[in-house]
Every structure is written in C-alpha cells, then in structure tokens.
Ligand binder design. Structure first.
Ligand SMILES: Cc1cc2nc3c(=O)[nH]c(=O)nc-3n(C[C@H](O)[C@H](O)[C@H](O)COP(=O)(O)OP(=O)(O)OC[C@H]3O[C@@H](n4cnc5c(N)ncnc54)[C@H](O)[C@@H]3O)c2cc1C
Length: 515
C-alpha cells in the first residue's frame, strides 16, 4: 500500500509547517505528491506563543517557496542573531553573556580558548571569538538588502508574531501548495485490523481516511496520547519551570529593534523579551513550586516598568500559560507521527520547540516511506534519534541552570546533583579539563553544536582548563583579523529598523516564489 493520503490533525505552527513541508518536499523525494488534508478545530485556539526561531527556519521557508521579505512583512518578523542572557551567572546587573548563532573562530577548541586567554583574557568569550555580539549590541541586521534572500553576513533566524506565522503558512499551504483545509473538530478515531489509524471522524460528520496521520493537536495529543496511549516522560524533575505569563507591549515608531532574544534571570525563573517591528513580546517563565502567580506577575510588571516605562501599567493583562515539561516515549507509532507540542515540550529557554518541529519533519520527509511495511523500520529509527534529541535539549537547557551561582532557593534547587542528568554531570567534569568539542556531541546533526556549549560554558564562567598549550600562530592571526572584520561589519550593516522598518510594511503584496 503506497502512502498516498496524509492527514494532519491541528492547525498551529506544527500543523502548518507539516502541511507546507510535506507538500513542497515529498514530491521531490518520492516522485509522488500525496494528498494532504489538515483538520483544525475552529473552537480550540492554538497556543499563540513561539516567537523565537532557529536559523533552520531560513531553509524551511525557502524550501516551501515563501519570499523572505514578504514573510517578514506578513509575520511582523525581525532578525534574530542569538540570545543574550542577563543576570544568569551571578544575578548582578552587569552580568550578561551572548549565545550568538555564528560559530566562533575556526580551529581546535583548545587552541581557541588558549588564544582567548592569551589575547583577550578580560573580554567575554563570545565577544572575543565572534563578531556577532558586537553587531547585536549595535542593534544591526545580519544582512544587507542587496544580499541574496535567506543569506547574510552572519548566521540568523527570525523573531515572529506566532499567530501571524501560522496564518501566513496556512494561506500558503492552501493557496500555493494544494493542501485541503477542514475546519472541524476531530471527535473519534477509527482503527483498522492491524492497529493503525484508518480514519478520523469529525463533529461535522466527516470521515477522513489516511495512510499517514500527523498528530499536531498540541497539548491535547489526540492521536499519539489519546488514541495510542503512548507514555509521557516527565522531565520536570530536571527542569522546574512549568508556568509562563505572556504580554505584548507596543513600541514607538522608529525605535530600535533588538537583534537577539534577551533572557533575564529572576529569583525563580527568567523573562523573555523579543523585539518585533511593531511590538515586544515579553514573558515571565517560572516554577510554580517556587513562585506564586501574583509574585510572577509583579516581577513581570517590574521588568516592563524598567524597560518600557511609557507603557501604562493598566494596559497590561498577562496571559497565563501552564506547560508540562517532557516528551513522549515514542513519537511515531504505527502510521501516526507526533510533531510539535503533542510530541513534547521543554520550556522556552533557547527556543528549541519550533526547531524540533522542523527536524522531525525533515527526518520524516527525507526518508518518506513509500509503503506501509517500511514504515515500522522508519518509526523505530525515528524514535531512537528523537529520544536522543530530546535528551540533548534537556541537557543543554539544564547547563544554563547548573552553571549559575545565584543563591535563591530556586537556583540552588536547579543545581541539586539529584536533578542533573548523568551524561551532563560527566560532561561538566570533562569541561573543567578541556573545552566542549564535537567529540562530546558525536551525532552528525546535533541540535546544539559544540559551539553552543562553549558559548554557554564560558559565558557563565564554567572555567578554563588548568593547562593550555600556547596558541598557534594561525589562531592568533584569526584573532587579529576578527577585530578588523568586526569593524567592517559595524560600518557596513544597516540597523534592524532601517532594514525592516520603512520598506517592509504589513500589507505588502504577497509574493509566492516557486517551491
Ligand atoms: C510559554 C511558551 C513560550 C514558547 N516560546 C517558544 C519560542 O520562543 N520558540 C519556539 O520554538 N517555541 C516556543 N514555544 C513552543 C511553541 O509555541 C510550539 O512548539 C509551537 O507553537 C507549536 O505548537 P503546536 O502547533 O504543536 O500546538 P498548538 O499551537 O497548540 O496547535 C494545536 C492545534 O490543534 C488543534 N486541535 C486540538 N484538538 C483538536 C481536535 N480535537 N480536532 C482538530 N484540531 C484540534 C487546535 O485547534 C490547534 O489548531 C513556546 C511555548 C510556550 C508554552
């Protein structure tokens, strides 16, 4: 039996990315174009947050045939060049570090660290080894207008309005890629003789049959959890945050747009701050074990009062969100693959959710099963790979908490050795002796490369190895060239506002490039 009919349940970011990517890419992989139906319950809202993406989004948008400039206009989008972490290491006002998307200077990690210590021992690691933090500090864009779409002088992703992103993807899927959109609620699932899903039934009386079902129903996890009962693995014992308060505040016309997500630690969690052309999305993430909701709201309001003093306090009504921290034990069961929140969610630090959606869909599509018997082999391989990837997300996020020297009860609890995954505990021991390297992260396509671990490790003061060989002349030469390159970028790149502001305005006519 060929895989001719794909049915997607859910119309959030996961569902519409699935629809677009499968429609645009599967015909190139298999030579056949499956029919795609996306079913979305009109009365169940999408989660509506998820504003930070990864550089993978550029390849995704390009593959589905969206024009970059038009995408930015339609989604109130801005460029994201990484994250800045404020007050994570010590809690002091001057405590900050960058995790930029552009990797450090090229070479052996030990040589890099040795040259940093020799040439700029007092400078923060990221600033010493990469031009991007200086570009971010100056609120510059990663590209010039004349550059080919989706390419830049520095690596970048986007900040977007999540609701506008899903809406834009939806119009593209239906209008340009031939996806069928059914606005109806799935109320029942029919199994066939071998336990696969044969069809889903809707409140409106439709019976939608399929060969492959993609569960994008969000936290409801209608198919993978509700129908198949696949176990949920709770990771809340490692990462304590389980709540968020989200608000949007307007910005003044023409005001600067930040080049990175700003994550500011507070007594029992952290605050995200994401700048878009027309507003800032701000949210307070916290652990309900350590902070009452009204205390979290007071922290959020204090942050807004400090960073956006013109916003009247009574205009702020935070949206409350609770989230479980964890993932399924299997993501692909029978003829059903879970993508997005139905597969798992590990708090928003480092914005790992949408990239996991993209990675899941690419793994499905690059190996798209052409017949049912092969599907079980694909499923087993997929499950193994993604169990590792979720473990990696948990470990990488935990590192941010583990290295903190803040002294509040929440932070002390986050460092409790009983909460640290054993693999991470081992790596931390190793990284006191030698820098994080690709030997520690052996997958070909690790979700977080060694560079990310270096930025966090040295950014938070994880400590340099006690014995370092002298830096090589080649690395010293790179250090000297970096200063020049940074100066060149600072003078050549336009500000985010100049690139995104006057020319790219919401309402710009939609252009659709050929996928
Ligand atoms: C506080 C917070 C901040 C976040 N920040 C980021 C970030 O910065 N970056 C990032 O990458 N991710 C972030 N995320 C995660 C991100 O929001 C999600 O991963 C992403 O939006 C995908 O959601 P989804 O499509 O899986 O689910 P949802 O958006 O919840 O969509 C679920 C869909 O399923 C439909 N549905 C449900 N039940 C039925 C039914 N019975 N029949 C038919 N349809 C049904 C709903 O109508 C809806 O369309 C954040 C999450 C939280 C909680």
């Amino acid at each position: 039996m060929a895989i001719e009919r794909v049915v997607i349940v859910g119309g959030g970011t996961a569902g519409w990315l699935a629809a677009c990517l499968i429609a645009a890419k599967v015909p190139k992989v298999t030579g056949e174009a499956p029919s795609i139906t996306l079913i979305e319950a009109p009365d169940i809202p999408t989660i509506g947050v998820g504003e930070g993406t990864w550089p993978t989004m550029r390849a995704t948008l390009s593959a589905i045939g969206l024009d970059e400039e038009e995408f930015l206009a339609a989604c109130d989008g801005a460029f994201k060049q990484g994250s800045r972490f404020d007050r994570w290491a010590t809690g002091a006002e001057e405590d900050f570090y960058y995790h930029p998307f552009t990797p450090p200077l090229d070479g052996a990690p030990v040589d890099l660290v040795s040259a940093w210590q020799a040439r700029a021992p007092g400078a923060p690691f990221a600033l010493a080894v990469c031009p991007q933090p200086a570009v971010c500090a100056a609120q510059l864009a990663p590209r010039q207008r004349s550059m080919t779409p989706y390419s830049g002088a520095l690596n970048y992703a986007y900040h977007v309005d999540a609701a506008k992103l899903a809406a834009r993807l939806s119009r593209h899927a239906v209008g340009a890629l031939g996806v069928t959109h059914l606005r109806d609620k799935v109320v029942a699932v029919d199994s066939d003789g071998n336990g696969d899903i044969a069809a889903v039934r809707t409140r409106g009386g439709e019976r939608v049959e399929g060969d492959l079902f993609i569960d994008c129903s969000g936290h409801a996890a209608l198919l993978i959890g509700g129908h198949f009962g696949v176990e949920w693995i709770d990771r809340g014992g490692v990462l304590a945050n389980d709540r968020a308060l989200a608000v949007q505040v307007p910005v003044e016309e023409g005001s600067p747009i930040q080049s990175q997500t700003i994550g500011t630690a507070h007594e029992a969690g952290w605050i995200w701050d994401i700048g878009l052309p027309s507003r800032r999305g701000i949210g307070c993430v916290y652990a309900s074990r350590f902070l009452e909701d009204d205390e979290a709201e007071a922290i959020l309001r204090g942050y807004i009062a400090r960073t956006a003093p013109d916003v009247p306090p009574d205009s702020i009504t935070p949206r409350r969100l609770s989230f479980p921290t964890g993932h399924r034990s299997e993501f692909w069961r029978g003829n059903c693959l879970a993508v997005g929140l139905s597969a798992g969610f590990i708090e928003p630090l480092e914005a790992s959710a949408i990239v996991m959606i993209e990675l899941s869909l690419n793994a499905l599509i690059d190996n798209f099963p052409t017949s049912r018997p092969a599907m079980d082999v694909h499923a087993a391989r997929f499950n193994e790979l993604f169990r590792t990837r979720w473990d990696r997300v948990v470990e990488f996020l935990k590192l941010h908490y583990l290295l903190s020297r803040r002294d509040e009860p929440y932070w002390r609890a986050q460092r409790d050795p009983a909460t640290v995954p054993p693999r991470l505990a081992e790596l931390v021991e190793l990284w006191r002796d030698q820098p994080p390297s690709s030997y520690d992260l052996p997958l070909i396509d690790e979700i977080f490369p060694a560079a990310s671990y270096q930025y966090v490790w040295y950014g938070m003061g994880g400590g340099v190895p006690p014995h370092l060989p002298p830096p090589t002349p080649a690395m010293i030469a790179q250090f000297d060239q970096l200063r020049q390159r940074t100066r060149g970028l600072l003078s050549a790149l336009p500000s985010n506002r100049a690139l995104l502001g006057p020319q790219v305005t919401p309402g710009k006519r939609e252009k659709v490039a050929q996928p």
